[in-house]
Design a protein around this ligand. Structure first.
Ligand code: ATP
Ligand code: MG
Length: 615
């Protein structure tokens, strides 16, 4: 009995603290102070098709998710996507999907398309548009850094003219040596004191293709002795003859990321520019640049503010794009969307729900401390929680062996008789309907459900023992047949009449074991892909270890299974709980529904029924 001093269990659950998210406090304080009420459009028209109309309702908070389209998004990006879009959503703001495409050599349309599709899959497509809008004027909040190249270049000329930037012709080696290090201040470049006029004509020559790639760069003129190395005259433009996926060959100079990013944020009137902690030391340059451009009247205050949070690291998972690419290119996996990959296309194909990924992102918290590793079990738990209420139940036999009911004709009058059986599609959702299948003289059962000499505590099939065929009858095992080599061929049993599930006689015989099965007459063959963790170590690349050396050799095994007949019409990406086995999804690409053998059934194991990740 609970006394007033001991709160009831339900009260305790209600007290579960919300996951930490310091950005909520920041935004709430800003909104309270009306920090954004006075914002107005700061860019000028002609900078590109995506924002020339100006940005409506400047009082809103604006966040952005700024992927570089040089690879596929992964679980770490999901954290950032969730964070930016959900903050915007929660505070009535807007989140921009912005392709940070300033590095043409590595960027491709394929990645742009995949990123766009993945963000929509996570459920943020509706948030891409400002609401409300006049019908027919929907403009997606999709932006490209490359649409601002004209503005960025103009801003560079302004910096040159106002003495805040110069063209440097030192070699990369000389520049590196002159930069100094943590203990040593840098030294000024011999080109640092060129006049603005000289710098301007050199910058224009760079733009006009008069100089070779790498011959010179444009640098901000700040302080070579700054304790922050990022402030030691960072490079802001470089010469690179590369065709850009958006601007083609219009430019042979491209802005550096650290220069481009603050400008992108400012032009889009981002209020909270959220990034991971490794950019903390870049914030002084971010602020410096925007202050200069406001001074020059190219931008209007207030400027966006950068906030850093600790990146998401998940145990047993690698999130470095370079390493993920290596897994694909060296064919350790079948592609970017291999269901073992932590890419969002891989996780989608594996059967992860968008809800589970967002729930996990939220629960992992948003803090200012770095390098925390999150247990994979937390992702798996979020997954099970979101799957269980919706996944249709089904029976599947993953390691089939035949069971023959010897007295079938005696009980039902004919060996070919098929007994109709049914089961709920979901035990807690009668509205999801019933599944139908048949029981006949021969059924498939799991090889592991039979033991000739059972170990202690084994309640399934062994000679003389009774079990229930789930949703069917009680049967009593009589033995088994073996081939010449002694391998199990078929398990033999007798059906106990009048014990059918759902009939009054069902409880007349008590059994300790219930086994799943699929009829030989109506079961369908299916390929079932059983996935396990890709890396056997929690931190695959810890301490400089070669992550390939800890690849789990058993991360994929394929079962030739038999599944209940209803699964032949399963649509790709539909999710099921195979009773006793776990959660499975019809493969997005390889599964083709079809009756009478004209389909190809392929299911991926999403996860087991119980946690296998916790230490
Ligand atoms: P790289 O810059 O090496 O190509 P990246 O992972 O930083 O890789 P981006 O496309 O620049 O890739 O990332 C887009 C956004 O996703 C950035 O704002 C970045 O901070 C965020 N992000 C990337 N990885 C994580 C992570 N593990 N946890 C949280 N946010 C992340
Ligand atoms: Mg990056």
């Amino acid at each position: 009995m609970s006394s007033p001093k001991e709160p009831a269990k339900s009260a305790k659950t209600a007290e579960t603290p919300k996951p930490s998210n310091f950005l909520r406090h920041v935004i709430e304080a800003d909104l309270e102070n009306g920090a954004y009420a006075s914002r107005r459009w700061g860019g000028s028209p002609g900078d590109g098709p995506h924002h020339t109309g100006g940005i409506p309702d400047p009082a809103k908070i604006r966040t952005r998710f700024p992927p570089e389209p040089n690879g596929y998004l992964h679980i770490g990006h999901a954290k950032s996507i969730w964070l930016n879009f959900s903050l915007a959503d929660q505070y009535g703001g807007v989140c921009h999907l912005r392709f940070d495409d300033t590095n043409p050599e590595k960027e491709e349309q394929e990645y742009v398309d995949s990123i766009r599709e993945t963000v929509a899959w996570l459920g943020y497509s509706t948030l891409l548009a400002d609401q409300p809008q006049a019908p027919g004027t929907e403009q997606p909040h999709e932006y490209f850094a490359s649409n601002y190249f004209d503005f960025m270049y103009r801003a560079a000329e302004y910096l040159v003219e106002s003495g805040h930037a110069y063209v440097d012709e030192q070699t990369p080696e000389q520049m590196r040596a002159a930069r100094g290090d943590f203990g040593t201040p840098g030294t000024n470049s011999p080109f640092r004191d060129r006049t603005p006029a000289e710098n301007l004509s050199l910058l224009r020559e760079m733009r006009d293709g008069k100089h070779a790639d790498g011959a010179m760069v444009l640098r901000a003129k700040i302080d070579m002795a700054s304790p922050n190395i990022n402030m030691r005259d960072p490079t802001i433009y470089r010469i690179r003859r590369a065709t850009h996926h958006n601007t083609g060959d219009k430019w042979c100079i491209y802005p550096m990321y650290t220069y481009a990013h603050p400008i992108e944020d400012a032009l889009e009137q981002i209020t909270h520019s959220v990034c991971t902690l490794e950019f903390e030391d870049q914030r002084p340059f971010y602020d410096w640049l925007l202050e200069r451009l406001c001074e020059g009247g190219l931008l209007t205050a207030p400027s966006p503010h950068q906030y850093e949070f600790g990146r998401l690291n998940v145990e047993h998972v690698i999130t470095s794009k370079r390493k993920l690419r290596q897994l694909v290119e060296e064919k350790h996996v079948s592609g970017w969307d291999d269901p073992r990959m932590p890419t969002l296309v891989g996780m989608r194909r594996r059967g992860y729900t968008a809800e589970s990924i967002k729930l996990f992102a939220e629960r992992s918290g948003v803090t200012k401390t770095g390098n925390a590793w999150t247990d994979y079990a937390a992702l798996d738990a979020a997954l099970r929680e979101t799957l269980d209420p919706h996944a249709t139940r089904a029976m599947a036999v993953l390691e089939p062996v035949k069971l023959v009911l010897e007295n079938w004709a005696e009980v039902f009058g004919s060996d070919t008789h098929l007994e109709a059986c049914e089961a709920p599609a979901h035990p807690h959702h009668p509205e999801m309907g019933q599944r139908r299948f048949t029981l006949g003289k021969e059924v498939w059962i799991e090889r592991t459900d039979y033991e000739e000499t059972p170990p202690k505590g084994f309640f399934r099939l062994f000679p003389g023992n009774k079990v229930r065929l789930k949703y069917g009858y009680v049967i009593e095992c009589t033995g088994a047949t073996k081939d010449a080599a002694g391998n199990l061929q078929a398990v033999l049993a007798k059906l106990v009449p009048d014990t059918k599930s759902g009939t009054p006689g069902a409880d007349s015989v008590k059994v300790k074991g219930v086994i799943t099965w699929v009829g030989v007459a109506d079961g369908k063959p299916a390929e079932v892909r059983l996935y396990d963790r890709l890396f056997s170590e929690a931190q695959p690349d810890a301490g400089g270890r070669d992550f390939l050396s800890v690849l789990n050799p058993n991360s994929l095994s394929i079962a030739q299974a038999i599944v209940e007949p209803g699964l032949a019409s399963a649509a790709p990406e539909s999710r099921f709980q195979f009773e006793r086995h776990g959660f499975f999804v019809a493969d997005r690409h390889d599964h083709a529904p079809g009756q009478d053998g004209n389909g190809r059934l392929v299911f991926n194991r999403i996860t087991g029924l119980k946690d296998s990740w916790s230490k």
